[in-house]
Design a protein around this ligand. Structure first.
Ligand code: 5AD
Ligand code: SF4
Length: 514
């Protein structure tokens, strides 16, 4: 069995790993095979229950070869957290003998790792399930699974149960480490297997991972989110904030360094809350970054930040530079303090701008990017203008912009809204036009300079051209020999567009930025 009670560790008491009294715990929930629907109400609870750290992940002997001679295909929607979860699922499937395929046609297992953040993300998945009905009809032995954030929503699970009988398994974000048993159940059951826990969440260490490539690695530093921004479904689908131990993270980064990775991104829904859940240890993201920056990894990133928890200790560490890249993604969501209050963002426009000034002072070459929502319920033209003026003031290098999408079960979904959709669309266009102008101006400032680029591969448009990112996260396209893929090289920028830079590969030493 995957979870042995004597290996369940308590995170309290001097932050040492203390074995808990196993008799006190009720493990029956872990082994339930009957259908219990996910519950957003339960998922919202933030109790005193301890986070369990499960260290003994292993694939049961009888399931180790169950996939030999078979193939799997995983389609990932949404954020980097999902991308990384896919790497874990791929690692587990590999250890069960399955191999990767890039086509749904010859797959024996297809998983859709879904995103619930906006309605259109969900619609894409339902569309895909429709297409896969034919794939399943052609190959009745195929196992089709839905996992990720959508499977934590009861409305989605009920819709799949009633309308998409081609689905064989639904499992939640807390159940990924149970994939071997879920597959076993699905192989031997005629019923749809549903395993979704609406719980605050545990931490499972020692999971296998099949990372995408061997150049850029993602490392989870924490899971979940307790911010409960009123528009957002994530705290319900991903559970409460829980941090991995520094030593586990540091060991994982060291391992990536030993394997020659060039870039590590520390991942969490709200990385600035890292360590707040340690009961007897004062240790935050700044402290963690200060230790990790000493590891021999050329580039170190972190995402996603929340302005409320972004503290001076972190800024002090970011100012040390070195392998810490000149890029901070700092979602603002809106430029008006009243809207920010309705969003429950817990900061004002002024606080955000003050934080931006501090970051710019500490990191003079910093590229700032953000997330912005337009058309939050009842947003007035004047309030929207404040988003525009904030964008102008901060001068973002890039931004992800969204029209507000009501998510069932969140407080904002209950708010009455009197802004017509065409007004929301028009605001989005005006916002994007301003952001694009700023991006282009910022990119033009690179022309003539020499930047360091981590070469990621051939350009999709032209295989003769290589492409990669600067530390400041600018895309750079240039011609150079293919053996440079995976290396950090110097490129002189000759051309600037809104979305990317063009340049020439240089070998000689010059002034380097970004
Ligand atoms: N509607 C629109 N955008 C949303 N985001 C999160 N929830 C919603 C929603 N309900 C955006 C936020 C967040 C990004 C990942 O997605 O800007 O930072
Ligand atoms: Fe969602 Fe807010 Fe948490 Fe980000 S901080 S994941 S927007 S609730």
């Amino acid at each position: 069995m995957a979870i042995r009670s004597e290996d369940v560790l308590d995170t309290t008491k001097d932050n040492k790993e203390v074995k808990t009294n196993e008799k006190e715990r009720d493990y029956s929930q872990y082994f339930q095979s009957t259908y219990a629907p996910p519950s957003l109400k339960d998922a919202k609870k933030r109790g005193k229950e301890q986070v369990q750290i499960l260290k003994d992940f292993s694939i049961p002997e009888n399931l180790k070869n169950i996939g030999v001679g078979k193939k799997f295909y995983i389609r990932t929607y949404g954020c980097q957290m999902n991308e990384h979860d896919t790497e874990v699922m791929a690692g587990i499937l590999n250890e069960m003998g399955y191999e990767t395929t890039y086509s749904t046609d010859d797959a024996d297992v297809i998983l859709l790792n879904t995103c619930a953040i906006r309605e259109n993300a969900e619609n894409k998945v339902f569309g895909e399930l429709g297409h896969l009905k034919h794939t399943k009809a052609n190959n009745p032995n195929l196992l089709l699974g839905v996992c990720g954030c959508m499977s934590q929503e009861e409305s989605v699970v009920n819709r799949i149960l009633s309308t998409y009988p081609q689905v064989d398994m639904i499992f939640g974000t807390h159940n990924i480490h149970r994939l071997p048993q879920i597959i076993e159940n699905a192989l031997f059951s005629k019923e749809m297997v549903v395993e979704v826990w609406s719980k605050e969440g545990d931490i499972v260490e020692n999971l296998p991972r099949k990372r995408k490539g061997n150049v850029k690695g993602w490392v989870n530093i924490m899971y979940g989110c307790d911010k409960f921004c009123t528009y957002c479904i994530v705290p319900y689908t991903r559970g409460k904030e829980r941090s991995r131990y520094p030593q586990d993270i540091i060991e994982e980064v060291r391992q990536l360094a030993r394997e020659g990775y060039k870039e590590v991104t520390l991942l969490g829904q709200n990385v600035n809350a890292y360590g707040k859940d340690f009961e007897d240890l004062e240790y935050g993201l700044g402290d963690l970054m200060d230790e990790i920056r000493k590891i021999d990894i050329p580039r170190l990133r972190f995402t996603t930040s929340h302005p409320r928890d972004f503290d001076d200790r972190l800024i002090e560490v970011l100012a040390k530079g070195g392998n810490i890249v000149d890029h901070v993604h700092l979602p603002v969501q809106h430029g008006n303090s009243d809207v920010l209050k309705l969003m429950a963002r817990k900061y004002t426009r002024e606080h955000y701008l003050e934080l931006v000034s501090k970051i710019k002072a500490a990191m003079p070459n910093v590229a700032l990017t953000t997330d912005i929502i337009v058309g939050f319920p009842n947003e007035t033209e004047e309030q929207f203008q404040e988003t525009l003026s904030l964008v102008k003031e901060v001068q973002y290098d890039a931004a992800y912009t969204f029209i507000y999408s009501p998510r069932e079960g969140t407080p904002a979904a209950k708010m009455q809204d009197n802004v017509p959709m065409e007004v929301k669309r028009e605001r989005l266009q005006r916002l994007n036009a301003m952001l694009n102008d700023i991006s282009l101006e910022k990119n033009k400032a690179y022309v003539g300079k020499v930047v360091e680029v981590l070469v990621e591969g051939e350009s999709k448009k032209n295989p003769d051209v290589l492409t990669g990112h600067t530390g400041s996260n600018k895309v750079v396209n240039f011609k150079a020999p293919k053996h440079l893929i995976g290396e950090i090289v110097k490129v002189q920028i000759t051309d600037a567009k809104t979305w990317n830079l063009g340049g020439e590969w240089v070998e000689e030493k010059s002034e380097v930025v970004g």
